[in-house]
Design a binder for this molecule. Structure first.
Ligand code: MN
Ligand code: MN
Length: 377
């Protein structure tokens, strides 16, 4: 009996020790894991990059042109300059170019940074090309199908550009292309010039509305922190206000030019469509512009040979942000009804939502889904 009790006691002691050990080890591992995830968070901006990938592109004869999309925006302009300068620092003969008129916001940013506007590229045939901030043929340089595309650096959905080349294709769902360019500088270990840094902040601010919209990531925030230190930019609020003011001044522009100011074309299920984004300072201005878009939508649709065109008008009321979208015709109206009819407010002409959404993540995916459901003939 006594012996049994002793055995029982020992057994319980062993079980208790084992349980304690399991709990102890468990806690230890959990702690380690938390430490590990914290470690990863801090390290996650370090992507594996090395210059051999550039060397693997082989000898590149002639200059490399770095371009963003047509209807250049500030991300396109800042990113083509920053990436061309990165390639220059790595020993390449690289040149930033644009594919059209630079908008008022980009003009302001370049003036503030003291950087000359990139030259216009008329035709890309036979050129070495790097595409930034887009990967759609529709949005890119004329003659691109006869060009040698060596890299694509982008933050949109994968586009229609197919190269058949082995290339550097760096696509990340971050707030701006300039953030990806910043990561590439960082990971190649190359210093960013002061003026380039300010242009890059302009790019990130333009695409993310000063780090406020739904596409902002940890990387974008870290990029702005690092770049503002390099640029010595202490008052980014004023910088953003002035960018915003410049962006909203449509002085001297026709209604068509206003619609084309930040305009992109897409193709889905055989349907070609365009979306022009127009920022307005307040509701009154937004509705005034909306009224003027009716004719402009029709004429841009026909001058660009599109099946449908949309005008996305964005404005703020106090802290609230709004998106109002208008169709060019009945078929386009049907697409909007199908995509947004259940969730957005309809006023008889267009659809309204708040908070505002971006064209890239809030509009294009919805239209894509609708067009893919349309019966194919
Ligand atoms: Mn862009
Ligand atoms: Mn962009």
């Amino acid at each position: 009996m006594n012996e049994n009790k002793t055995i029982n006691k020992s057994l319980w002691l062993i079980i208790t020790i084992i349980l304690a050990l399991i709990v102890g080890i468990g806690c230890f591992l959990l702690g380690k894991n938390q430490e590990k995830s914290k470690y990863i968070k801090e390290q996650e901006l370090s992507i594996a990059l090395n210059r051999t990938e550039l060397e693997a592109l082989g000898d590149i004869e002639g200059p490399i042109y770095v371009t963003g999309h047509k209807s250049p925006d500030t991300d396109t302009v800042g990113s083509c300059i920053a990436y061309a300068r990165l390639l220059q620092k790595l020993g390449y003969d690289a040149k930033p170019v644009v594919l059209g008129r630079i908008n008022n916001e980009s003009k302001y940013v370049l003036e503030k940074a003291g950087i000359e506007a990139p030259e216009l590229l008329e035709d890309a045939s036979g050129c070495n090309m790097v595409l930034v901030d887009h990967s759609e043929f529709e949005q890119s340089a004329d003659g691109l199908s006869d060009a040698n595309i060596i890299s694509i650096i982008d933050h949109h959905s994968d586009g229609s550009v197919k190269t058949g080349n082995r290339l550097i294709y760096d696509a990340r769902p971050l707030g701006s292309t300039a953030t990806i360019v910043w990561m590439r500088y960082r990971n190649y270990g190359i210093d960013i010039d002061k003026d380039t840094a300010l242009a890059m902040i302009g790019s990130i601010y333009s695409d993310t509305e000063a780090l406020s919209n739904d596409t902002v990531t940890f990387a974008d925030e870290e990029a702005v922190k690092a770049l503002s230190e390099i640029a010595g930019a202490s008052n980014l609020d004023t910088f953003w206000e002035e960018m915003h003011e410049a962006a909203l001044s449509y002085e001297g522009m026709t209604d068509e030019e206003i619609l084309e100011n930040d305009y992109k074309e897409y193709e889905c299920a055989g349907v070609h469509y365009g979306i022009g984004v127009i920022k307005a300072s307040d509701k009154e201005t937004a509705m005034d512009i909306a009224g003027r878009m009716e004719k402009a939508l029709t004429s841009v649709k026909s001058s660009h040979g599109m099946d449908m065109v949309f005008a996305q008008i964005r404005y703020d009321v106090g802290e609230d942000t709004y998106t109002y979208i208008l169709p060019s015709d009945d078929v386009a109206a049907e697409v909007l009804k199908e995509g947004f009819g259940d969730t957005w407010e309809f006023d008889g002409k267009g659809y309204l939502t708040s908070p505002s959404v971006s064209r890239k993540s809030g509009i294009v995916p919805v239209i894509t889904e609708v067009l893919n459901q349309f019966p194919h003939e």
